[in-house]
Design a protein around this ligand. Sequence first.
Ligand code: ZN
Ligand code: ZN
Length: 338
Amino acid sequence: MKAVVWTGENNFQVQDVPAPQFGPAQILVQVHAAAVCTTDFHYPEFKCVPPIVPGHEAAGIVVQIGRQVATVKVGQRVTLDPVQRCGRCSCCIGGYGHLCLNTRHLGDTDIPGGWAEYVAIDAQNAYPLPEDVDFRAAALSEPAAVCLESFLRGNFQKGQTALILGDGPFGFIHAMIARILGAEKIIVAGHYKERLARIEAKTGALTCNTHQEDLASFLKTHKISPGVDLAIEATGATAAPNLGLRALRPRGSLIIFSLVWEPEILDLGLISMKELNVLGSCRSLKCFEKCIEWMSQGLLDLGDLVDIEAPLEKIKEAMDLLKTDKRNRFKAVLLPQM
Ligand SMILES: [Zn+2]
Ligand SMILES: [Zn+2]
C-alpha cells in the first residue's frame, strides 16, 4: 500500500510499504482522511527513530476485523483515538488510561499511523461516525477531543470566562468548544490578525493581538475583573504560561496544553497568593463521543479549519504551505483514497 514515511530530519516521502498487520482485538481501517498536526513537524525533537508512518488524526471505513472483535463491524465508518492502551497498568486500572504507561500511539516508532491507505488499530479505539459527519471533519475529532478534555480538567462551567492563549488550530478549536459549553466570554490571544479574525467571526470570541496590545490592558478594557476563570495555554510559547497566570481570578485554573519547548519559570508567588491551579492536559480520556455528537448536531464545525486538502503524494507541499502561509492555513487533511 501507499504510505507517507518520515525518513529522518524534515523528510516525508510516499513509499510502497506492506499493509499493517492487525491482531485479534484489532481492526484494519481504510483511511479516508488524515490530518497533519503541529506535532508532526517535531519528530526530530521528540528523538523518534525513522522510518515512521505518521498520522494520529484519522478517519475511515473498517475493512477487516480481528477474530475477537465484536464491537465494530466491517463497513462501519469510524474515527480513531490514536492512544492505544494496555488495560493492565496503574493508569489504565486507575481510570486514566489515556496516560497508559505502555501506550502504543499511532504514528510513533513501530506503530504505523494514518498517513496511509490503511491503518491497524485496537477495536476499542474506533468510534462510530454518523453518516452526516464527513471524513474530512472527522479526521479532526482527535484534536477536538483533546481540547474538550482541557475544559473538563479545568472544571469549566457554563457562564464562566475562558482565556485561550494561541491562535493556531488548537486555539481555534478550544474557542469553538468554549462557545458550545456556554462560556460567558471567550478571549483568544494571538499574533496573526487573519487567524484572529476567523476565530472571532466563527466563535464570537474577543480577540487580542498581543503584538499590538498588552493582554492585561485588553482584559481591563473589556472589564474582565478580577480575572478569567480558566486560561488554556495552547501556543507553546515561552512567556505564555505566565501570561495565563496573571490573567486568572483568585482560585482560577491554568491548563498547560501545549508543549512549551523553552519554558520560563512560573510566577510561584502568584500561584500561592491567588491560590491558582496549574494543570496539565494533553490527551482525551473520554471526549470523542461528545465531540462526534456535536459534529453530527452541527454545533462543532471542524471542517472550517481545513484549509488544505491533498493526496498522500502532496504531503511535502501541504506541510510547506502550513509553514509558509501559517496566517491563512489552520489544518491540512490528506485524502489517501484520492
Ligand atoms: Zn495532533
Ligand atoms: Zn496501560
